[in-house]
Design a protein around this ligand. Sequence first.
Ligand SMILES: *Cc1c(COP(=O)(O)O)cnc(C)c1O
Length: 228
Amino acid sequence: MIAERLKEVNDTIRDGVKLVAVSKYHPVNELQEAYDAGQRVFGESHVQELVAKNELLPKDIEWHFIGHLQTNKVKYMAPFVSLIHSVDSMKLLKEIDKQAQKAGRVIDCLMQLHIADEETKFGFTPNELKALLSANDWRELKGIRIVGIMAMATNTDNDEQIGREFESVKILFDELKSSVFANEDSFKEISMGMSGDYQIAMQHGSTLVRVGSMIFGERDYSKPFTMN
Ligand SMILES: *Cc1c(COP(=O)(O)O)cnc(C)c1O
């Protein structure tokens, strides 16, 4: 089942776009199924769950952290996480830097933008992000590399609104790319698009789509992840 759904999703992914299989709340055997079908990039949004799964699954998995991250939990994933999609404060960026240096690594990060027409989503407004990045003090953080931005569209079935929101992300990305990051080839990722809207996101320049339920089915939130 998972292998088939994964293939169906993969068949719709444009060249140059990476599929992040969002596996939160799903048991390890289901991730293994996706792994056996060739998937190597997985996204999780709870630190404990990520750490537990990393221990149980093959070592060549590229783990992405996509959820809201508390500074006191960064240390648990710093030794192995590949990309953190959800940096929403300078304080968090500094903590990632510190823990990355402790682990002898440089951790790739995306800055999370708040664009949705909703109160509940974390992230910077476009102006906050521009101000933070123009201030340059982040350039002193040698344990992190800012490789792009991440955003979530409003949870709506209005495709035009979703398209406008994703386009605003693309415009901001281009602006940053030609100013703050003009000399940095590594600034190249736009993480946007989930099961319901990744096709729209790809039309607006997404390079990373985070797809969960279309691959693994609905999540059972009444059953948090456990080791058995
Ligand atoms: C859960 C989650 C996803 C995946 O959502 P689906 O609708 O299941 O594809 C994508 N991005 C983030 C940030 C998430 O928390």
